[in-house]
Design a protein around this ligand. Sequence first.
Ligand code: ADP
Length: 425
Amino acid sequence: MGIWQKEIITTLLLFLAVAIMSGFTGHFLALLFLLMLSIIIHQVLQINRFEKWIRTGGRGKYPKAKGIWEEIYYHVYRMRKNQKIRKKKLSRMIDQFRRSTEALPDAAIVLGVNDEIDWANKAAREVFGLKTSDKGQRIPNLIRFPDFIRYLRAANYKESVVVPSPIDNRMILEIRIIPYGAGLRLLLAQDITQIKKMERMRKDFVANVSHELRTPLTVLKGYLETLQDMDDGLSPLLTNSFQQMQGQTERMQHLVDDLLLLTRLETQQKKTECVKIPDLLQQVCTEVDSIGIAGGRIQLTLESNAHIVGEEQELRSAFTNLVGNALKYSPDNFPVTVRWYQAKESIILSITDQGEGISKTDIPRITERFYRVETKRAKKVNGTGLGLAIVKHVLMRHDAKLIITSELGKGSCFSCHFPVKRICN
Ligand code: ADP
């Protein structure tokens, strides 16, 4: 029998007893009143006991009770017990999380909705020089570098930002913010001083070697020209050797020039001016067309007169590489289309050829330094494998994107997308 049924039956029995007793005494109403009063007093006392137990935290075993009250005590007791177990589990998890993030070599800071510090691990306290009293302080008041403030305000957390440590400017930190929950963010900072140092060493090494190679190359080229002038053509072997040597020194010269240009792109401050792109494209197309064996292949369409903010020499070398490649990697009698036009959100330069095309697996790799696709035709074509790496760098410095679409055997389209905010005329 259920507890409610028992309660109802007990109450009904009490009423029955009152009815029977009133049969003997004739005081039905008085007896009924007494019964109701005792029921009410009993319930009030039970409520009072229950309230006291809850008020004192409901700790330990619940007080002895009967009927429905025992049931109520039991359920509340069980709920509290389960809650306690869950709380313990949760605090164990939080503790584990805290201990593991505390042991992280990277700095971690939990930021609140107003950029205030909620929590920071040991590494964060060390690299940012945070004190316990900094809890609740707004992070822009502690890391004041303009780059970081801009990054925090822009809220584009796909990127990261590189800044020196506020307590030691020799230490370089890469900061990334990861949003989670409602308005909460985790700031992670990694010490990349060593990586930056190695990168600088690599750049310096390439720059120095390329620079040092220039002088011996010039000397070699000079002597070679003199020897070629002296060649009377009597020995085909000698004439052929001179030609081979000239080809190779030219190749080396291109390599050195491209490497030096790449180094400049990586290290030099950006200079900006308003570049007349239509004029520049006309010059580039004329120059490149005149180098090729079969001229007149380039069809230039200037649909926009937009000029853009940038560096003319850098853009010239990027465009020359792209147009030159389109001519190099397509048959001599096939046209190459160069288009300058405006789309919705960008202004685009597209260079389309009907050449051999590039496979899907090679497309993501051809902008890597020294990467050349190993096709029969490509092997015959001279190149350093640095052209597209230069293009990529130049476009990056102009906030532009390079998009490559290609189909094997049909041709390729290289398009440079400049943001419209760069238009300056
Ligand atoms: P290079 O032309 O000096 O080899 P690039 O960096 O300019 O170096 O190009 C890298 C590779 O990408 C080339 O070797 C070639 O295989 C491929 N490539 C570039 N442009 C084209 C094109 N228009 N059509 C087909 N393949 C191309």
